[in-house]
Design a protein around this ligand. Structure first.
Ligand SMILES: NC(=O)c1ccc[n+]([C@@H]2O[C@H](COP(=O)([O-])OP(=O)(O)OC[C@H]3O[C@@H](n4cnc5c(N)ncnc54)[C@H](O)[C@@H]3O)[C@@H](O)[C@H]2O)c1
Ligand SMILES: [Zn+2]
Ligand SMILES: [Zn+2]
Length: 364
């Protein structure tokens, strides 16, 4: 067993606390990764808030980046390689075989439930099993085990704090635009919510050369950053009527929209503001039910679709994103605020309050 530190959730409704844990060596196709940096995504926060007592204790974290320090006999990554850990998939179902791992049949189990809290558990606290395997990694820790499907090798090094958000938020935002919506320079895109995911969608739209990019968010600093990252206009929904403002700014409405807020009324606004035959990509998690305005969707010929992890194949998309970060076309540094792992409580509070857009923990 290897000694490690991890942020462990011990009680329902509480916050994870840094604790001493142990982690077993890698078996089969697993690698043991020494985590150098890990981002906090809003999915960590929202899933932790409703994590059931029967699956405690639990370690979250799904934007880990680090160095392989041990490899199982069938592992694909080798010791010493820099790896970005991303969402897990089974590699065997029809969607995995067809290159859509984000829609893997086993996605919910492999990503959102963690492994079984039993004798097979890889993590232990005071000798007792801890649930791990969140997104196939549980990387709010100094060490994590991962398998080939969610272990992406970077052959050219990238600063860990910039590589970490590529594993989820940036992949999701950029991929939703470039992979799922595939805009041309004639297209006009509106993004609801300018957090790490929405701002990544703005960066994606800029890379695609969209004619106009509108960001909607009630937080002035986030709108200012959206402008810096490529938004051609911004709207504060607390100050103006969003439908009228976006319509005016885009000369009749956008044809593409991304919702990262998961707020039913915002989703309704997005559908109202779209022009005929437009497409809305739903990315935010949380609004488990929202009204479906059939007349509006039908009358305008709208497409509404969900997008997980930017529809991406992480093994090609993440190295491509890393190249864009190196070339300066994807300025992820503008989203990131770093914290020492020892300041986990502060970073977690900053993620929950929205004070920081992308907190990244440095474990070194
Ligand atoms: N689909 C996926 O694969 C995937 C991947 C990563 C994250 N997510 C989800 O995406 C969502 C966004 O993540 P994030 O990290 O960017 O979160 P975030 O909380 O930083 O971003 C949400 C933004 O919405 C803004 N907002 C609040 N009310 C609004 C309103 N009325 N109109 C417009 N904007 C409003 C907030 O100010 C905030 O900036 C979360 O629900 C997260 O769980 C989904
Ligand atoms: Zn699968
Ligand atoms: Zn995430």
């Amino acid at each position: 067993m290897i000694d490690a530190r991890a942020a462990v959730l011990l009680e329902a409704g509480g916050d994870p606390r840094l604790s001493d844990v142990t982690i077993r060596p890698p078996v089969d196709d697993e690698v043991l990764v020494r985590i150098d940096a890990v981002g906090i995504c809003h999915t960590d926060v929202s899933v932790a808030a409703r994590w059931p007592a029967k699956r405690m204790p639990m370690v979250f974290g799904h934007e880990g980046v680090g160095t392989v320090v041990a490899a199982g006999p069938a592992a694909r990554a080798a010791e010493g390689q820099q790896v970005v850990l991303t969402f897990a998939s089974c590699g065997r179902c029809g969607d995995c075989a067809d290159g859509r791992p984000a829609y893997c049949d086993r996605s919910t189990d492999l990503n959102l439930r963690g492994d079984r809290r039993d004798e097979a558990s890889a993590l232990r606290l005071g000798g007792e099993p801890v649930t791990g395997g969140f997104f196939g990694q549980s990387s709010f820790a100094t060490h994590a085990l991962s398998r080939p499907a969610n272990t992406v090798v970077l052959t050219t090094a990238l600063a860990p704090e910039l590589a970490a958000p590529l594993g989820c938020s940036v992949q999701t935002g950029v991929g939703t635009v470039l992979n799922a919506l595939s805009p041309t320079p004639d297209d006009v895109l509106v993004v609801f919510g300018a957090g790490a995911v929405g701002l990544s969608a703005v960066m994606g739209a800029k890379i695609a050369g969209c004619r106009a990019i509108v960001a909607v968010d009630p937080v002035p600093e986030r709108l200012a950053l959206a402008t810096e990252l490529g938004a051609t206009a911004t709207v504060d929904p607390t100050a103006v009527d969003v439908v009228a403002a976006v319509g005016d700014l885009t000369g009749g409405g956008p044809n593409l929209a991304v919702d990262s807020t998961a707020i039913p009324s915002v989703i309704a606004t997005a559908m109202t503001v779209l022009r005929s035959c437009g497409t809305l990509a739903l990315v935010g998690l949380g609004a488990l039910n929202a009204e479906l305005p059939v007349g509006l969707i039908l009358g305008k010929g709208l497409r509404v679709r969900g997008v997980v992890e930017g529809d991406s194949d992480p093994h090609t998309f993440i190295p491509w994103l890393a190249d864009l970060v190196r070339s300066g076309e994807l300025p992820v540094d503008k989203l990131v605020t770093t914290f020492d792992l020892s300041a986990f409580d502060e970073a977690w509070a900053a993620a929950k309050s929205g004070r920081v857009i992308k907190p990244v923990l440095l474990t070194g």
